[in-house]
Write a protein of this length. Structure first.
Length: 404
C-alpha cells in the first residue's frame, strides 16, 4: 500500500479548517497558521463568565446550509436575531419603514447596467449630485458600511445580486463562532505562529518556508486573505504572476468593530439595528437582557491610521441616543481594527467588474500542486461571509481529491 500523500494548508480560518476536514481521510494534512490561534476573522473573546464578544464575524446571514449543518452536527446552539431596524435622524430614532425614495428606480438601473460598470459610474450617469444628494449619501453609506467597498471600484452587478437576495432570518451562535472553530480544529495537525514567506514548487512537490521552519509536501492549499496574495506577502518560486494579477481584481475592504459594555441599558429593548450618519454609523444590540452595544465602521473610512476611536464611538452613541455623560455609563470597551490585525489586515472581499474572471483563474490549480481557497473565491449567494469560506474550502478540497 502506498504512503498517504502530504498536503500543507496555509491558514487555519474557516476555509482552511473546512478543507482539512474534507481532505484528512485521504491526505496527511498539516495546517500552518500565522496567528497564535485558529479562527482568522472568526475570533470570539470571552472577557468574563457568561459574556462573549465577537471581534469579527458575528451573524449567520440566513438559512446557510454548510454553517447550520455543522452547528447541528456539533450540537452547538444558535438563535434567531430579534429586534427592529431604526434610523437616527436629526436627534430622533425612527423605525425604518422601507428604503428611501428612488430606491426601486436605482435597482432597476442596476439590473440593466453593463457588467463593467462601477457603482460610482452608475450614480454619476443617472443620479447627479445636486439633485440626488440624499440617495447618493444613502448608497455610499450602505456600500462602504455593509460591503466595505469603494464606490469607484465595486461592481454594480455584484451589489445588485447581493442587495436583491432574500436572506431570511439571521442567527447568532450561542457561545460565538469560536465554538465552531474549536469543533473544526479537533484532531487537526495545526501549527500556530508560523508565517509562511516562500513556497518553492515543482509538479507534485512543495517546500513551504516560514520565519523559522521549512515544511515539505506533495501539494499546498493557500487559504490566506486575498490581500496577502495581492501584496505578494507569500513569494512563489517559480512566480505566479497571472494569479497575483487576478487577486488584484478582487476588492478588499476593512472594518473597525466596537463592542462596548455599559452599566445599564439606555436604549429601547426592541432595537435591533440603528443606522445613522454619525462617525461610527451602525450599531446593534445583542439579546434583550444584554448590556453590550456593537458598533461598525467599515470601508474607506476604516482604512489608514486611526486615533481616538473610543471617543468617536461614544460621541456617536451620545448623538444617536441623546445621552449626555455617556462615558460614565461605560463599563468596558473592546475595539478591533481589522486593518491592523496580524496576517489579515482587513475585513472581507467584494466584487469588482473583473472579479468573476479573476476567480476562474484563482480556482484553477497550478499543476495539481498549488490550490487557493477562501471567502474571496466563492461565487454563490452569500459573499463575504463565513459560509462563503466554509463552502469554498469544501469545494476546493473536493477538487483536490478528484482533479480533472
Amino acid at each position: 500500500m502506498s504512503a498517504q500523500k502530504e498536503i500543507i494548508i496555509i491558514g487555519a480560518g474557516a476555509a482552511g479548517l473546512m478543507a482539512a476536514r474534507e481532505l484528512s481521510p485521504q491526505y496527511n494534512v498539516t495546517i500552518l497558521e500565522a496567528r497564535p490561534q485558529p479562527g482568522g476573522r472568526t475570533t470570539t473573546h470571552y472577557p468574563a463568565p457568561g459574556i462573549h464578544i465577537e471581534t469579527g464575524a458575528e451573524f449567520i446571514h440566513g438559512e446557510l446550509p454548510v454553517t447550520l449543518s455543522l452547528l447541528q452536527e456539533a450540537g452547538i446552539p444558535y438563535h434567531p436575531v430579534n429586534g427592529e431596524m431604526y434610523l437616527a435622524e436629526n436627534g430622533e430614532l425612527k423605525q425604518e419603514e422601507g428604503w428611501i425614495e428612488d430606491w426601486d428606480n436605482l435597482l432597476d438601473h442596476m439590473s440593466k447596467a453593463p457588467e463593467t460598470t462601477t457603482m460610482q459610474q452608475l450614480l454619476d450617469q443617472y443620479y447627479p449630485a445636486g439633485q440626488y444628494a440624499d440617495l447618493r449619501d444613502h448608497v455610499q453609506g450602505y456600500v462602504e458600511g455593509y460591503d466595505l467597498a469603494d464606490l469607484n471600484k465595486v461592481s454594480v452587478k455584484y451589489l445588485y445580486d447581493e442587495w436583491t437576495l432574500e436572506q431570511g432570518t439571521n442567527y447568532r451562535i450561542e457561545n460565538g463562532y469560536t465554538a465552531l472553530i474549536d469543533y473544526l480544529s479537533k484532531g487537526c495537525k495545526l501549527i500556530t505562529n508560523q508565517t509562511v514567506q516562500n513556497i518553492a514548487w515543482q509538479p507534485g512537490h512543495v517546500k513551504v518556508t516560514t520565519q523559522d521552519q521549512t515544511y515539505t509536501a506533495h501539494k499546498v492549499l493557500v487559504t490566506v486573505p486575498i490581500n496577502i496574495l495581492q501584496n505578494e506577502g507569500i513569494q512563489f518560486a517559480p512566480a505566479l504572476p497571472a494569479y497575483t494579477k487576478a487577486a488584484r481584481q478582487i476588492g478588499w475592504g476593512t472594518v473597525i468593530k466596537f463592542n462596548l459594555i455599559f452599566k445599564q441599558a439606555f436604549w429601547k429593548r426592541d432595537i435591533g439595528f440603528v443606522l445613522s450618519d454619525e462617525e461610527v454609523p451602525v450599531w446593534w444590540t445583542q439579546s434583550e437582557d444584554s448590556l453590550i452595544l456593537t458598533g461598525w465602521l467599515g470601508g474607506p473610512h476604516a482604512e489608514g491610521p486611526q486615533t481616538d476611536l473610543l471617543n468617536k464611538a461614544l460621541h456617536s452613541l451620545s448623538k444617536i441616543f441623546n445621552v449626555t455623560n455617556i462615558e460614565d455609563l461605560l463599563a468596558q470597551s473592546f475595539i478591533h481594527n481589522w486593518s491592523a490585525e496580524q496576517a489579515i489586515h482587513g475585513g472581507y472581499s467584494y466584487g469588482m467588474p473583473d472579479s468573476e474572471k479573476a476567480k476562474t483563474v484563482l480556482t484553477t490549480p497550478v499543476a495539481d500542486t498549488i490550490y487557493f481557497a477562501g471567502e474571496a473565491f466563492y461565487t454563490g449567494d452569500s459573499p463575504g461571509t463565513v459560509e462563503a469560506a466554509l463552502q469554498n474550502g469544501k469545494d476546493i478540497a473536493i477538487k483536490i481529491k478528484s482533479p480533472q
